[in-house]
Write a protein that binds this ligand. Structure first.
Ligand code: C2E
Ligand code: CA
Ligand code: CA
Length: 535
């Protein structure tokens, strides 16, 4: 039977001496012994009661935490004077709050625990780190481990397989750590490690390598062998801050760089400077889009057999306020990361079609030339491209067949089903689709066949110096025969010499683009080239 978690003791105070008699019965009700030697509470209570009686207040409430490490208990204790005429008396009430506190503690534990792996979650990991820092821990490293392509495992093999993979990963990482180190799951596919070090960077590097090693053995999930790779970011305690949240954030920050370099990376303050730079670029880019400070240049795409211009690719150009040219390779990623790619991308489509329509007007007829526009993967995810394209075509009075959309191979692979639908809707506008940077992703044949792609653009990394590299020639040859089998046209990018142009033509490539034909041009220069008699 449960004991009532309350005990009231009336203490009679003998007038002369302050003799406190605590009722054994009442205390036993609470499962406490009244032997002061054994019970911290009864001992402390005596002192507290004396202090209370010496003061003037008629009531006082206090909380006690008592017991040993095994049995912690909490009490709320109230002292109240209940003097009658002849005998001064005091009522001591003890309410046992242990159960409530335990529920709260287990609730907190639950809130701090990841239910899948049983590891501390983001909040729990942060609390643990904070607690260690509060007890004076200074030599430590926080590692953040970000699994690559986890989303694909989830979407291809299902979330059960994804869960299984996370559990295996957690077990393996745990196994690679030392006893005092702490592992947490701090995000969907992100783990955190608190490493106690002797202050040496090499120890953290070593731990990172161990983690990568234990993950390298493929994991068997349903019928697949999955090889796990990860990015690892590290931040060191007390080096830049002693705030737990900051240290975790710094390590997460370093993860981004690790993704770029492919090896474990430590946070350094220069990374922060780069972030600031990026941020200020974002602000400037936002302003540039609003103020229409961006321009388009147009690079011809030519028929390799005849040299005739069949299309222009619109390429964004940005001159910053200080007059410097910022390359698309630098600002497009910033636009993608910040979401600015949506307004920017809409502007590019509109502007490119406006230029094409103006050329038609100047020529007095619809020219036999297409406009190719790059569509970023982030645009595909965030914007409704088909209605945007339909509206832009209509507003410039152009047929859909005049527009070609270049989408990178990796973008199409990221979400095959969703993208197939978007591509079909785009095809319905009459536009044609080119797969850009082909050869740099992981397309398989079966998959390519399912998408309504008209053109493959062979990435310039295979083209520019292909004459000096047999492997590249072999790859180009393979891509060309693949495209022929699938009935797709081919464009080779990055042609810088006539030798490469001729070889490609001989290998059966239809179109080419590159400095050999022309660098990207202003709209006026492009029109001039287009209307030259040789074209
Ligand atoms: P991309 O789509 O592969 O565009 C072709 C890039 O190759 C252009 O660089 C072009 O100037 C360059 N190029 C052309 N011929 C040659 C050559 O013979 N040799 C060499 N080495 N390079 C050549 P650019 O203009 O710097 O653009 C870089 C990338 O930025 C583009 O690669 C594209 O992915 C992206 N980009 C540019 N404009 C836009 C845009 O309006 N929207 C989106 N989403 N991305 C854009
Ligand atoms: Ca392109
Ligand atoms: Ca390209």
């Amino acid at each position: 039977m449960d004991l009532l978690p309350i005990a009231a003791v009336i203490v009679a105070l003998d007038s002369g001496s302050l003799q406190i008699r605590l009722s054994n019965v009442a205390f036993r009700r609470l499962g406490l012994t009244t032997d002061p030697a054994n019970c911290a509470l009864t001992r402390d209570l005596g002192g507290a009661l004396a202090a209370f009686l010496n003061g003037n207040s008629p009531r006082e409430q206090r909380s006690w935490r008592t017991g040993d490490a095994v049995e912690q208990r909490w009490f709320d204790v109230t002292f109240a004077r209940i003097d009658s005429d002849h005998s001064p008396r005091c009522l001591v009430t003890l309410v046992d709050q242990t159960r409530g506190m335990r529920t709260e503690a287990s609730l907190r534990r639950e809130m701090n625990t990841d239910s899948l792996t049983g590891l501390p979650n983001r909040a729990g990991f942060g609390d643990l780190l904070e607690a260690r820092i509060a007890t004076g821990l200074t030599n430590y490293a926080v590692l953040v481990i970000d699994l690559d392509r986890f989303g694909r495992v989830n979407s291809c093999l299902g979330s059960m397989a994804g869960d299984e993979m996370l559990i295996t990963v957690a077990r393996r990482i745990k196994g690679s750590l030392r006893a005092g180190d702490v592992l947490g799951r701090i995000g969907g596919d992100e783990f955190g490690v608190l490493l106690q070090t002797r202050g040496e960077r090499a120890e953290a590097d070593h731990a990172a390598r161990r983690i990568q090693d234990v993950l390298a053995t493929p994991i068997r999930l349903s019928d697949f062998e999955i090889r796990i790779t990860c990015a690892i970011g590290m931040a060191f305690g007390a080096e830049t801050t002693d705030d737990a949240e900051d240290v975790i954030r710094h390590a997460q920050f370093a993860v981004r760089r690790s993704k770029e370099t492919g090896q474990a990376e430590a946070y350094d303050t220069r990374a922060l400077d780069r972030a600031r730079e990026r941020f200020s670029m974002e602000t400037a880019l936002r302003r540039a889009i609003e103020a229409e400070q961006l321009r388009l240049h147009y690079q011809p795409i030519c028929d390799l057999a005849t040299g005739r211009i069949v299309a222009f690719e619109a390429l964004a150009r940005w001159t910053a306020e200080d007059g410097s040219e910022i390359a698309p390779a630098d600002f497009i990623p910033v636009a993608e990361e910040s979401g600015l790619i949506v307004p920017l991308g809409r502007w590019v489509v509109d502007q490119a079609l406006r230029t094409l329509a103006a050329w038609d007007v100047r020529a007095g007829r619809p020219l036999d030339v297409q406009m190719a526009v790059n569509i970023s993967p982030i645009q595909l995810q965030r914007d409704l491209i088909p209605p945007m394209v339909t509206a832009a075509l209509a507003s410039h009075g152009l047929a859909g067949s005049r527009l070609k959309l270049e989408i990178t191979e990796s973008a199409l692979i990221a979400d095959p089903d969703g993208n197939a639908e978007i591509l079909r809707a785009l095809k319905a506008t009459g536009a044609t689709i080119a797969m850009d940077d082909f050869g740099t992703g992981y397309s398989n044949l079966a998959y390519l066949q399912k998408l309504p792609i008209d053109t493959l653009k062979i990435d310039r990394s295979f083209v520019t110096d292909m004459m000096a590299d047999r492997d590249k020639i072999a790859i180009v040859r393979a891509v060309l025969s693949l495209a022929a089998a699938l009935g797709m046209a081919t464009v080779a990018e990055g042609i810088e010499s006539s030798a490469v142009a001729q070889t490609l033509s001989a290998l059966g490539c239809t179109y080419g683009q590159g400095y050999h034909f022309s660098r990207p041009l202003t709209a006026a220069q492009a029109y001039e080239l287009l209307s030259a008699p040789s074209n």
